[in-house]
Design a protein around this ligand. Structure first.
Ligand SMILES: CC(C)(COP(=O)(O)OP(=O)(O)OC[C@H]1O[C@@H](n2cnc3c(N)ncnc32)[C@H](O)[C@@H]1OP(=O)(O)O)[C@@H](O)C(=O)NCCC(=O)NCCS
Length: 175
């Protein structure tokens, strides 16, 4: 059912995918990552790679852009380790590093790059090809750099991912 052109999602150890989520095609999930209710992730015209201990929260959409003459690789979607993607986000053909928090309802478009240790405010829009620098808070539509992150916020990026590892373990133990 989750197969597309012979490819089905490959899950690492200890992953949790809630029953109502739809994940199809060429997708990999690193160990201890979690996919929450009503997520739609389609690795069909390109691939999706998600690292370890990353959580994709309720109602988020993950998709990619196909290869073409003017863009031979298209835009796959790459998400690193210890990333928190809040509720109802749209991540499309972009690259996210490690220890990032994507605030609720944020949109990240093709070719955008978010470096490690970035906090993206709720409702932010990251336009195509924009690069967000490590260690900063970004807010707004389109996003602008708001300020450097405080140490406690940098620490929280990893903690948020660990909280979700704990939560998915709880869900797994009840299923
Ligand atoms: C951006 C955020 C981190 C707050 O940052 P902050 O620097 O502490 O900001 P403050 O609350 O002090 O507000 C500063 C200004 O930014 C504005 N602001 C706050 N959040 C904003 C957002 N997401 N987008 C745009 N502006 C925002 C405030 O209204 C305020 O504006 P003002 O100075 O004109 O009054 C927070 O509001 C946010 O968006 N967190 C994301 C939470 C989330 O989605 N988590 C995932 C859930 S699982």
């Amino acid at each position: 059912m989750n197969l597309y052109k012979g490819k089905a999602p490959v899950l690492g150890k200890g992953c949790y995918v809630e029953d109502s989520a739809v994940i199809k095609g060429d997708i990999t999930l690193g160990d201890d990552s979690s996919i929450w209710p009503l997520v739609a992730a389609r690795g069909d015209v390109n691939f999706i790679r998600i690292g370890a201990r990353t959580n994709i929260q309720d109602g988020t959409v993950l998709h990619v852009t196909r290869k073409s003459n003017h863009n031979p690789d298209g835009y796959p979607l790459l998400i690193g380790d210890d990333v928190t993607v809040g509720h109802k986000c749209m991540l499309h053909g972009c690259i996210l590093g490690n220890r990032i928090l994507v605030g609720m309802g944020a949109i990240v478009m093709d070719g955008a790059i978010i470096e490690d240790d970035v906090f993206l405010g709720a409702g932010a829009l990251v336009p195509p090809g924009k690069k967000l620098e490590s260690g900063h808070l970004y807010v707004g539509s389109p996003v602008t750099q708001s300020r450097p992150l405080r140490q406690e916020e940098i620490d929280f990026l990893r903690q948020s991912a660990l909280n979700y590892v704990e939560l998915k373990d709880d869900y797994l133990s009840q299923s």
